[in-house]
Design a binder for this molecule. Structure first.
Ligand SMILES: Cc1cc2nc3c(=O)[nH]c(=O)nc-3n(C[C@H](O)[C@H](O)[C@H](O)COP(=O)(O)O)c2cc1C
Ligand SMILES: [Mn+2]
Length: 477
């Protein structure tokens, strides 16, 4: 790994000026969330809060691990200014080589152990992040570990968890999440509680893979190893056989009840809006809390983009979507998920476009869990990573009558899509649309397709080369 733990990562951010150490006392009740939110919205550094109201100075909070492309580059051990296209390419290369984790005997997260009646969730400085949240969210930037008892598959997912009382949490792993699937397949039928562990304050790539949509039976830990190019060190829990990142700052060990729910939510969610109403969340009985001395709690003051969620998802969803299109033989060149579109909007570059390809792409994207609802398809003359070029192509090449392809579906829509009606959200019914910003295939390239009036579109190679050669002589930098 570029970094063994969160502390090494924060030290690297200090060197490049990508973190602010906030020494002034900050209120856990909304002030911290508001600072975090404003910092994202003004593209400011991450924040390490040194003094939280009501808590001793040993308990600090870190917000915004991967909230900018710079911080994400640093997490991967790359120069902070690495261009987004290169980040995509490097991520793609590293993901091809999964690296299995190793189990170690002990680690920092075992420095302090509180089991059974020693457990008190209020010991940790959990913030009330947004006005209107259902409660204090302890698990926001976390890694939730669960295990399939039949296959041994160890799943990592990032799921929100809220403090219910001193020893219980409620959470919202969505029905399609791997945790919810394991619970309903392996534990509910036997009426058995399901052990989980919530690791907080891990090395950032562990969190990154926990947000990514890997397949069933895939251990996300192998991909944290792939991205870090070294095995993740794992250590066994105190009250179960689950394995957690050994250098986590905090680990909450618990059991999800197979037969009980408790109020959970709403929460200021990743599409940039508060999620619905208070609902029945999964109930987690906490059995143990283990933590490093002077624990640093990671959080994310989630909301409108860009933040850690939308930056990380740009990469993870972008590459997953590209691979999916390749498997379906779409002549894809690049896929870019602009953070501003919070995975609801995806740009696809193709070698050969046309209405059929555009329609196929939106059908593929909405065939299973339809987390995305909009795609813009562009020809090779447009760089999908350049939103100015994409917007131009959308404005002038997408035919309002013939270039817009809508599909509707039931039972698999993303319930957090703000434009869906309350009823659509309840029924998980939704719609997807492809904006085809490619030229129709039946247009003659020599007579029907307009000539692009740009430096590379209108001028001969000879003129272009002459201008490029003399560029500095003209007085440009
Ligand atoms: C900050 C953040 C919070 C998230 N909270 C939840 C959540 O509460 N429930 C959920 O189902 N997914 C949540 N997600 C999305 C999941 O992390 C994502 O779908 C991931 O793929 C889940 O892992 P899994 O595929 O192993 O289920 C969240 C993502 C981020 C970045
Ligand atoms: Mn998974």
């Amino acid at each position: 790994m570029a970094f063994k733990d969160l502390r090494q990562f924060i030290t690297a951010l200090e060197k490049t000026g990508d973190v602010v150490k906030i020494k002034q006392e900050v209120d856990w009740d909304l002030e911290l969330g508001a600072i975090g939110r404003r910092a994202y919205e003004l593209s400011q550094p991450a924040q390490w809060f040194q003094k939280i109201r009501d808590y001793p100075p040993e308990y600090t909070i870190f917000n915004g691990s991967l909230g900018t492309w710079r911080r994400l580059s640093i997490a991967l051990g790359l120069p902070p200014e690495t261009p987004i296209r290169e980040l995509y390419a490097e991520y793609d290369r590293r993901e091809q080589k999964p690296v299995k984790p190793v189990v170690v005997k002990t680690g920092g997260c075992k420095e302090n152990i509180r089991v059974g009646d020693k457990v008190d969730l209020y010991q940790l400085p959990t913030p009330m992040l947004h006005e209107g949240d259902g409660g204090r969210y302890l698990g926001t930037w976390d890694v939730v570990v669960s295990k399939d008892p039949e296959t041994g598959w160890s799943n990592w997912g990032m799921y929100r968890f809220m403090i219910h009382d001193k020893t219980t949490l409620t959470g919202y792993p969505a029905p399609f999440s791997h945790l919810a699937m394991m619970l309903s397949r392996r534990y509910i039928p036997k009426k058995q509680p399901m052990p989980i562990a919530i690791a907080i304050g891990c090395e950032p790539l562990c969190h990154m893979v926990a947000t990514a949509g890997y397949g069933i039976n895939v251990d996300e830990a192998d991909y944290a190893g792939a991205l870090g190019q070294a095995p993740v060190e794992l250590v066994k829990c105190e009250t179960s056989d689950l394995l957690v990142p050994a250098h986590s700052e905090i680990v909450i060990e618990g059991e999800i009840a197979p037969d009980k729910t408790a109020p959970e939510g709403p929460f200021g969610e990743y599409p940039g809006y508060r999620s619905g109403q208070t609902g029945g969340g999964l109930l987690c009985q906490v059995k143990a809390i283990t933590y490093r001395t002077n624990p640093i709690m990671t959080v994310i003051a989630l909301g409108v983009p860009p933040d850690d969620s939308s930056i990380a998802a740009s990469l993870t969803a972008g590459l997953a979507m590209k691979r999916r299109l390749v498997r379906h033989n779409i002549p894809v060149t690049d896929v870019y998920v602009p953070p501003e579109g919070v995975t609801h909007l995806i740009v696809v570059g193709v070698k050969k476009g046309g209405a059929d390809v555009a329609r196929q792409i939106i059908e593929i994207f909405t065939a299973r869990r339809a987390m995305t609802s909009k795609v813009i398809v562009v020809d090779e003359d447009v760089d999908p990573f350049n939103m100015a070029e994409v917007l131009h192509a959308f404005a002038v090449k997408c035919h309002p009558g013939k270039g817009i392809h809508v599909t509707t579906f039931e039972g698999r829509a993303n319930a957090l899509t703000p434009c869906y009606s309350p009823e659509e959200r309840r029924k998980l019914s939704g719609a997807g649309v492809a904006f085809d910003a490619t030229w129709p295939l039946d247009w003659d390239p020599n007579t029907d397709v307009p000539v692009k009036s740009s430096f590379t579109g209108t001028f001969s190679k000879e003129t272009q080369e002459k201008v490029i050669k003399n560029w500095k002589k003209y007085g440009f930098k």
